[in-house]
Design a protein around this ligand. Structure first.
Ligand SMILES: [Cu+2]
Length: 311
């Protein structure tokens, strides 16, 4: 099922039956399924961590909900006036009880905060990345630059824009049927290809206004802010095509700058890397013949600006 019809389906899916199904459904699938209400578990380590955190919190809330509502409904049913119940005026001002029902929720919150903080720290730790990708947001497209891969500097640098079919169809009075376009508004001309089982560090920035890069299956979104570098990382476990969108209102075509990530095994990725690399200034300089005077003259100390941000 594609994302658009899945969203419509989710919109229609209400009621206890749907909720029960969502709670019972096995969660080992990246695709959105019919009747699904729960989060998708995603395809990366961080997405799985966020999903597991969500499930732990959900079940803690379910247990609390059952206890609180159970006690409430039991009290309302068993101690109702029609059965001759008389209010217990002494119990309503029990200091001991008030201390207990203040301290117990605080303890529950502390217990919840420990694994949540640990997960957040794990999600923000970009150290030991095997690859760096710089993502720059533009009105209304994305630039991807592979800066390094397995310790080697890379020179892949390209723009990724809305695919031609979607763009043609979205035009006012185009007369074309959006339902006839596969992945309408969710496809690009050039997807970002990434290797699976590789820790990839992303650097986000923007050229004009604030954008945000979001691929739900990766498990996070990150703002791309002009003049700032934001970080994130991923390690994709399952090969596949993952779609996302800009999620910061960035102008009139904000809805027309989708993201497509194609995760492929490492061997396939290295091929893509070789095919899409373009010679950088250093490679061009190395290939050019060295003028005789320059070869003899002592080289001035080069002061190269540092282009790679350190964490
Ligand atoms: Cu944008």
């Amino acid at each position: 099922m594609d994302q658009v019809s899945a969203m419509k389906q989710i919109g229609k899916t209400t009621g206890i039956a749907g909720m029960l199904l969502a709670l019972c459904a096995p969660a080992a699938h990246a695709e959105i399924e019919r009747w699904q209400l729960n989060l998708t578990p995603g395809v990366t380590e961080t997405a799985h961590a966020a999903y597991n955190m969500h499930m732990i919190m959900l079940w803690i809330c379910v247990v609390i909900g059952l206890i609180v509502f159970g006690a409430m409904f039991l009290a309302m049913f068993r101690f109702r006036t029609s059965r001759g119940a008389v209010p217990d005026v002494h119990w309503t001002h029990s200091t001991k009880m008030e201390i207990v029902w203040t301290i117990v929720p605080v303890l529950i919150l502390v217990v919840m905060a420990i694994p949540a903080t640990r997960t957040l720290v794990f999600m923000m730790d970009t150290r030991d990345a095997e690859m760096t990708v710089k993502v720059t947001g533009y009105q209304w497209k994305w630039r991807y630059e592979v800066l390094d891969f397995e310790g080697q500097p890379q020179s892949v640098n390209f723009m990724s824009t809305l695919d031609f079919e979607s763009n043609k169809t979205r035009m006012l009075r185009s007369g074309l049927d959006p339902y006839a376009v596969p992945n309408y508004l969710l496809d690009v001309d050039k997807p970002l290809v990434l290797p699976t089982d590789t820790k990839i560090r992303f650097l986000f920035t923007a050229e004009d206004v604030i954008h945000a890069w979001w691929v739900p299956d990766l498990g996070w979104k990150q703002d791309a802010v002009p003049g700032f570098i934001n970080e994130a990382w991923t390690r994709i476990k399952i090969p596949g095509t993952y779609r996302g969108q800009c999620t910061e209102l960035c102008g009139k075509d904000h809805g027309f700058m989708p993201i497509v990530v194609r995760a492929v095994p490492k061997s396939e990725f290295t091929q893509w890397l070789a095919q899409n690399s373009r010679p950088g200034p250093q490679a061009i300089a190395a290939a050019a013949p060295v003028p005789a005077a320059a070869a003899i003259a002592p080289a001035p100390a080069a002061v190269a600006p540092q282009t790679t941000a350190t964490p």
